[in-house]
Design a protein around this ligand. Structure first.
Ligand code: NAI
Length: 307
């Protein structure tokens, strides 16, 4: 039976940093790696600044300072061997199947026998993620889909492939439940699993209606926020938090995956002016809190309503 006593998180962006902080808060040692940024003097800059970010989140830090010491930071070029004694390697890098698979092939050469590897993918099917990788890797692989921010969102979707070892899957579920305090839900390998398959509908309706009604982001978020059971950020604030560039990826990937007769195809038509506005924002670097700002900063600059 796989026992998880040490974790590696690969990718120190919005989700990877949050997952690493949450694991460290549970008292478990974590290795956090990301790419070497172009032109940076410090080759582990991304992972190191991610830890700092987790200590400064507002209104409360995502991580206690004493737990930050449990995180060992590094980069994927110089420090890949740090994953060798980790029992669970959780990948949280860009939502691109080829880039993820290339990483898995590298991890497979250094990870220890019996370790489990998971992806935090929002929508890429498990079978696509393991394509071309060996049987041994597929047996040790699953999806663990955390929600943002990992410190506060209770849901953890866990997806098993046809070849995933039962004991690896059981170890992940137990760890998510007992050590990380999550509400662990077993999902089938279906487009967007459960959370995103449903979430895409309500988030699209809410944001488009707010735009059509000429509301400000504050007005929209004061309604489609806490009072309606949405996280307190509200719906536009949620976009700024999760990353505005992620939404189009999730939608495009789901459109490719659902059958032609699925209502999703009509529902998320790309003609709405809000789709064009978000595309322009992404192009200009307004990808949300991780970028130059998002709906709050950029839209405010341009006037009161969401234009
Ligand atoms: P992000 O854009 O904040 O971070 C991605 C990280 O990947 C960056 O730190 C980047 O340096 C790194 N990266 C880029 N190219 C790489 C490469 N070739 N090899 C290794 N690392 C590379 O992305 P985010 O939002 O943290 O998403 C990560 C994963 O989590 C994605 O699969 C996404 O679909 C999923 N996810 C995202 C959620 C969100 O709210 N943002 C929620 C749940 C899942």
């Amino acid at each position: 039976m796989t026992e998880i006593n040490k974790v590696a998180v690969i990718g120190a962006g919005v989700m990877g940093a949050g997952i690493a902080a949450h694991v460290a808060n549970a008292g478990i040692p974590v290795v956090l790696l990301d790419i070497v940024p172009e032109g940076a003097d410090d080759r582990s800059f991304i992972a190191k600044t991610a830890v700092e970010r987790m200590l400064k989140t507002n209104p409360a830090p995502f991580m206690h300072r004493k737990n930050a010491r449990l995180i060992e930071t590094g980069n994927l070029e110089d420090n890949l061997d740090l994953v060798a004694d980790c029992d669970w390697i959780c990948e949280a890098i860009v939502e691109n199947p080829k880039i993820k698979r290339d990483l898995y092939a590298r991890l497979d050469k250094v990870r220890k026998a019996g370790s489990v590897v998971t992806s935090n993918t929002s929508t890429i099917p498990l079978e696509v993620l393991t394509e071309g990788l060996g049987e041994g890797f597929a047996q040790d692989f699953a999806i663990t889909h955390f929600f943002n921010p990992p410190r506060y969102m209770r849901l953890l979707e866990v997806v098993k492939g046809p070849r995933t070892r039962d004991d690896a899957y059981a170890a992940l579920k137990a760890f998510g439940d007992v050590r990380l305090g999550k509400e662990v839900i077993e999902c089938k390998d279906t487009p967007g699993f459960i959370g995103n398959r449903i979430g895409i509908f309500w988030s699209t309706v809410a944001t488009r209606q707010a735009y059509d009604m000429g509301l400000t982001v504050e007005e929209a978020d004061s309604i489609v926020g806490r009072p309606t059971g949405v996280p307190k950020t509200g719906i536009f604030g949620l976009g700024d938090l999760t990353g505005i560039d992620l939404g189009p990826h999730v939608i495009a990937s789901m459109i490719d995956l659902v059958p032609a007769e699925d209502p999703l195809h009509d529902f998320v038509s790309q003609d709405h002016p809000l789709t064009k506005l978000t595309a322009k924002m992404i192009e200009e670097g307004y990808t949300g809190r991780k970028g130059k700002g998002g709906f709050y900063r950029r839209v405010r600059q341009d006037g009161r309503t969401i234009k």
